[in-house]
Ligand binder design. Structure first.
Ligand SMILES: Nc1nc2c(ncn2[C@@H]2O[C@H](COP(=O)(O)OP(=O)(O)OP(=O)(O)O)[C@@H](O)[C@H]2O)c(=O)[nH]1
Ligand SMILES: [Mg+2]
Length: 208
């Protein structure tokens, strides 16, 4: 698999942002640009194309210049609903979903996930990294998820049956893990901003 030919990225910005006070997370600023724009620009050189998944302020998201797809389900059932919206529109054999709120994600994210999927001959690959707050134990970051577009019908059935958890769905298929613990991997790469205070802290870190 060649990431810059076979993978389309989907920046997920469709959540409620509850812990941020209900604001539209993807439109909050990080280093002077919106989180969604930052993520789209960071992933763009790694893949064949970029799409955005959002459920509010669609006009603002469309102004960023990439296709924007809202969830099919109206009630914010979680990131799997964003995956389904992206799979339904994906022009390449693989979709790479990533959240908008983790701005320091690896600049080799796509190639490392592609390697993991290819090595295991798996239809899904997820990122995983040591968690400093948990004694360095590996933690899976399930919304950083590379998946084959042929999984759409199965995913839709899982959601329709009430399934909500990403790892519960992926476990049905065989899921490879790309472990970001090599020398040179940024230990903060998967730090995410759930609150505005966390977002400002991440910004300071990035500038420091
Ligand atoms: N499409 C879609 N994406 C979602 C949904 N819920 C969460 N996400 C995305 O999944 C990623 C991780 O979710 P969270 O960190 O929980 O973000 P959130 O749900 O907006 O924030 P909270 O309401 O505080 O949980 C983010 O990129 C969200 O935009 C949803 O219902 N639909
Ligand atoms: Mg949430």
């Amino acid at each position: 698999m060649m990431p810059d030919r076979d993978i389309t990225a989907l920046v997920l910005a469709g959540g409620r942002g509850t812990r941020m006070g209900g604001v539209d997370k993807g439109l909050q600023t990080f280093r002077g640009q919106s989180l969604a724009l930052h993520a789209a620009r960071r992933i763009q050189p790694q893949v064949a194309g970029v799409m955005l998944n959002a459920n509010r302020h669609l006009h603002d998201y469309r102004a960023l210049g990439w296709p924007v797809w809202p969830d099919a389900q109206p009630d914010h059932p979680g990131p799997l609903s964003g995956f389904a919206a992206g799979l339904a529109q994906c022009p390449t054999p693989w979709l790479l979903a990533l959240p908008c709120d983790t701005p320091l994600f690896p600049s080799d994210l796509a190639v490392r996930l592609a390697e993991a999927a290819a090595q295991a001959d798996a239809p899904i690959a997820m990122a995983c990294a040591p968690d400093a707050e948990d004694g360095g134990r590996l933690r899976t970051h399930a919304v950083f998820c590379l998946m084959r577009v042929t999984l759409l019908a199965d995913l839709q059935a899982f959601i329709d049956a009430g399934g909500r958890r990403v790892q519960q769905w992926s476990a049905r298929h065989g899921c490879a893990l790309a472990v970001f613990d090599r020398p040179g991997d940024d230990p903060q790469a998967f730090a995410n901003a759930n609150t505005l205070a966390e977002l400002r802290a991440l910004e300071a870190l990035a500038l420091g």
